[in-house]
Ligand binder design. Structure first.
Ligand code: SF4
Length: 97
């Protein structure tokens, strides 16, 4: 799973950091950003900066999204691996035959 923040809606209250400081950080502008491997993903930020959520942090990130007063934390499923699409295409050929 991956997560991003819409900084245009962030109030800067820091609730997400309280829930999960491994994934959320607050920068000098007072706004929250996602982080991955200890690095804030603030360029470009928004939906252009998706952070992978470590398995151990998934519940905390979900709680943060539920508590976020800006409703600006968005959690997305991981995209399918490239190999999965190739397998699906192979099965589609089998089904057509
Ligand atoms: S909880 Fe939401 S509104 Fe508050 S700082 Fe985090 S992202 Fe911004």
């Amino acid at each position: 799973m991956r997560v991003w923040i819409d900084q245009d809606l962030c109030t800067g209250d820091g609730i997400c950091i309280d829930h999960c400081p491994d994934v959320f950080v607050q920068l000098e502008d007072g706004i929250a950003y996602v982080a991955e491997g200890g690095m804030a993903l603030n360029d470009p930020g928004g939906s252009g900066s998706l952070a992978a959520i470590p398995d151990r942090a998934v519940a905390d990130v979900i709680h943060a999204a539920e508590a976020c007063p800006g409703e600006c934390i968005f959690i997305e499923a991981d995209p399918p691996a490239a190999g999965v699409a190739e397998v699906d295409a192979a099965h589609a050929d089998d089904a057509a035959a």
